[in-house]
Write a protein that binds this ligand. Structure first.
Ligand code: IMP
Length: 430
């Protein structure tokens, strides 16, 4: 069985959780491969809304195994409280259902303190991180001084490593940021208890996935964040510190160049961004309020992890084409098309303009988007409620035209369109 990968094509928050939820009904294993608890996936099942930051949203299906790969940085406190929440909702999260890679790195309170101190020190150049310690944890990983989950398996050395780690960060906190010191012994004690609880879950995830794929099991790789937040390929430096793009799935799960099947790109019908950085198609005022929502609903454009209002804008076809190229996307799923109902005319950015020149693709990657002005194409909107649509024929012709333009602009077919937060509010278009 090939490996299918679900990728965000934008700046995260594309609604991947619900696509993964749908696809994982047929999957044996759903595996997260990057990021940490900076991610937030909202899944609605009937009256229950699940907000998950680490455990793959596929866990809500009773027969699906949830895996966290080596590409993650895991905050054990978040993981354990998420497990507790799922347990209370009647979902089994025992070691027979959740697996953690021995090579995943740990996020500690010291990483979180550093993240906050570093953001503060950036002043006007803030990235707008989620404050979850993501950057500092990946920095330690790259500097080869990080703490891996496998360290939890040896209680004696783990305690000492934790103390040394926190004391090391304390030196930085004091010398560079004049920030408060952390209690290394207390943190080491807290983490030793987490180690005791998590030890049964730690294993060689890559081996399990390899065996599963070889025995014809269905494995779905679930990306967190999105293409434009990729450390190498995103809008650097306004990015996260991991690899949300498709190749990151292989590295982050310990798989080789395995036969990959579908690379499913999830894109919102418009564009959103949290945190700082250029955003060519950003809109303000009434249109922005319509796209964002008031915050009263869980699907409104307010961060799942931070609660921050998201910046919103029209769909950026130039960036979508870029995402298709760097991920090898084979198909697109569009989310939140229903939000566009009643807006007229609609806009899609089909090119950029800068210094009197027009560009259909990015001349130098997406690093500095500031000089570019979007070239918009106007499309007719629709007023008919599309939330009950389930097949292509249920959509007004203007909505189908909008979808067709996305296919033409991106170069890949659209397969699913979601038109509401409920599990069944999804239409097959192909
Ligand atoms: P960090 O990942 O917390 O270091 O944040 C770096 C950048 O990525 C910031 O602009 C965040 O707002 C953004 N970011 C991180 N995780 C997510 C996510 O899950 N959705 C959207 N943006 C995110």
């Amino acid at each position: 069985m090939p490996l299918d990968i679900v990728i965000g094509t934008q700046w995260g928050d594309e609604g991947k959780g619900r696509i993964v939820d749908l696809l994982s009904a047929q999957a044996d294993i759903v595996a997260r491969y990057n990021g940490g608890d900076n991610a937030g996936h909202t899944v609605t099942v009937g009256k229950q809304t699940f907000k998950l930051h680490l455990i793959p949203s596929g866990i809500v299906h009773p027969d699906t195994l949830g895996v966290l790969g080596n590409g993650l940085v895991i905050n054990p406190a978040t993981l354990l409280s998420e497990m507790e929440m799922l347990k209370k909702m009647g979902i089994n999260v025992g070691p027979e259902r959740v697996r953690l890679s021995f090579a995943a790195h740990m996020i500690t309170p010291a990483h979180r303190a550093l993240d906050l101190a570093q953001e503060k020190a950036r002043g006007k150049s803030q990235i707008g991180t989620t404050g979850r310690g993501i950057g500092p944890a990946y920095t330690d990983k790259a500097a080869r001084r990080g703490l891996r989950l496998e360290d939890m398996l040896n209680p004696q050395t783990f305690y000492a490593k934790m103390v040394a780690h926190v004391e090391g960060v304390n030196v930085q906190l004091q010398a560079l940021y004049q920030a408060e010191q952390l209690d290394a012994e207390a943190i080491a004690r807290e983490y030793s208890e987490y180690a005791r609880q998590l030890a049964p879950y730690i294993c060689d995830v890559g081996e399990e996935l390899y065996e599963a794929l070889n025995s014809n099991k269905r494995v779905l790789a679930e990306g967190a964040q999105g293409t434009l937040l990729d450390l190498d390929l995103g809008t650097y430096p306004f990015v996260t510190s991991s690899y949300p793009t498709a190749a990151g799935a292989l590295v982050g799960l310990g798989l080789g160049i395995f036969p990959v099947g579908r690379v499913i790109g999830v894109t919102k019908a418009f564009q959103t961004r949290v945190g700082a950085g250029p955003f060519p198609t950003e809109v303000f005022g009434e249109t922005a309020e319509r796209l964002r929502g008031s915050g009263a609903n869980p699907w409104d454009e307010f961060g799942t992890t931070t609660g921050r209002p998201r910046r919103v804008g029209w769909l950026d076809g130039v960036l979508l084409r870029y995402a298709v190229r760097v991920n090898g996307i084979t198909e697109l799923d569009i989310t939140k098309l229903d939000i566009l109902t009643g807006l007229n005319p609609l806009h899609i950015c089909v090119g950029y303009r800068a210094n009197g020149k027009e560009y259909a693709t990015l001349p130098m990657g997406p690093t500095d988007l500031a000089p570019f002005e979007p070239i918009y194409e106007e499309l007719a909107g629709w007023d008919k409620d599309i939330q009950t649509a389930r097949t292509r024929n249920d959509f007004p012709k203007e909505a189908l035209q909008f979808i067709r333009r996305i296919e033409e602009v991106s170069g890949v077919p659209v397969r699913l369109v979601s038109i509401g937060a409920e599990r069944d509010q999804i239409a097959e278009i192909k």
